[in-house]
Design a protein around this ligand. Structure first.
Ligand code: FAD
Length: 357
């Protein structure tokens, strides 16, 4: 028997027609369920083209290398990245600037930016310098620790150098099931079944089958957090069934980081995904239970939200959770005094996200 399989990679994130371009994320919709219209798109292929694109944006008022391509290049040299997030569709600039991570307490740990030994940042410059300039940074530079996890607020990361220890053990196999190729039929039928159960508020249905919340909790407090969640679960175990469809609670590890907006201490990352309805106003199934889990993490145990995930409430008072937050703000003032790389006052701290970011 001959079975033919056709793979369909995700659509490009920017799609244009005669009315302009729309930016999509990997889930298909933004948190506010609105379209994200973009005026124009540039695909620079060299650092100089990227600098000119930044200069053009600055004078008149971009997606960089993808992780998959970096993995291929590293693999060609017979090496492997020490850490990477579990989805390869992200850009290297995007994952570095949001502090993305895999999982490890070994060596420098699971966050990608902690393995960087050099970085180029394209920042605003004077007219005489061509409106944008390339700043090359190394660990000895004072702003290196601000630039690593910089949320796109300091400029555009155009290049980074990563040092891989050659004595690392392991086979470099990617064995996380969540983002491997999957039949469209399976994805569609899971979504349809879940929609039906959600519309019918069917708890039983969720238990027979089964957007993302993610918090970094201090390794010291993680045991108490887990005990509290277990107490909540024991009140009515079925209420927890929904997360089983999305691999349950994922637990990962990251080491303390020197990046100003990285993790200040060894942390355990707790991550769970939930069904998001097509209509933004439809509450989550068992919303009270999941909000309780979020509140335990963010308010009782002081978890830090992932810079690229979570609902806005997770970012309440987030500045106070980072001892070096003010140092980051000082570097922002130094490199981008006119706030060209932000939208709004410091900056409604980046996370009133949706299309705007
Ligand atoms: C399916 C999926 C799985 C994920 N898995 C993980 C995971 O396992 N672990 C984890 O930690 N995270 C994970 N993430 C989060 C992901 O790492 C971040 O959302 C990352 O920012 C996505 O990269 P991007 O290229 O899409 O960035 P974008 O969404 O394009 O940008 C995110 C931010 O980075 C800034 N930025 C982008 N490029 C640059 C650049 N070149 N220079 C400076 N700033 C820049 C943007 O301004 C923006 O503020 C996942 C996300 C998805 C959608």
């Amino acid at each position: 028997m001959l079975i033919s399989v056709q793979a369909m990679p995700p659509e490009p994130p920017v799609q244009c027609n005669k009315n302009g371009c729309n930016l999509y994320n990997s889930y298909g919709v933004w948190g506010d369920r609105k379209d994200c219209h973009v005026q124009n798109v540039t695909y620079p292929t060299t650092e100089e083209e990227l600098r000119l694109a930044v200069a053009y944006e600055i004078r008149t008022s971009s997606k960089s290398k993808l992780l998959r391509r970096l993995i291929d290049a590293v693999e060609e040299a017979g090496l492997s990245l020490v850490a990477a997030p579990y989805w390869e569709g992200v850009s290297v600039g995007g994952l570095v600037s949001t502090g993305a991570h895999g999982s490890s307490w070994w060596g420098k740990g699971g966050a990608v930016h902690d393995h960087i030994v050099g970085l180029s940042l394209i920042v605003p410059a004077k007219q005489s310098e061509g409106f944008a300039k390339i700043v090359k940074l190394e660990p000895k530079d004072q702003i290196f620790n601000a630039a690593k996890v910089s949320l796109g607020l300091l400029g555009v990361i155009s290049r980074y150098d990563n040092r891989v220890p050659l004595n690392a053990s392991g086979d470099g196999t990617y064995d996380f099931l969540g983002f491997q190729s999957n039949s469209i039929l399976i994805s569609k039928s899971i979504r349809a079944t879940e929609k039906t159960m959600d519309n019918g508020r069917s708890l039983g249905g969720k238990c027979t089958m089964a957007a993302s919340v993610l918090g970094n909790i201090s390794s010291i407090k993680i045991g108490d957090f887990i005990r509290d969640v277990k107490k909540l679960r024991d009140l009515k175990p079925d209420n927890f069934c929904g997360v089983d469809i999305y691999n349950g609670f994922l637990i990962r590890f990251i080491r303390a980081s020197e990046a100003y907006l990285g993790q200040p201490e060894d942390s355990v990352v707790v991550d769970f995904n939930y069904f998001r309805a097509d209509d933004a106003l439809t509450p989550r199934f068992n919303q009270d239970v999941w909000e309780e889990v979020e509140q335990l993490a963010f308010f009782k145990y002081g978890a830090k939200p992932h810079w690229a995930k979570n609902r806005n409430l997770a970012f309440l008072d987030v500045q106070k959770k980072y001892p070096n937050f003010n140092k980051f703000v000082a570097v922002k003032r130094q490199l981008d005094p006119q706030n060209l790389f932000s939208s709004g006052g410091l900056m409604r701290l980046y996370w009133e996200r949706g299309c705007e970011e």
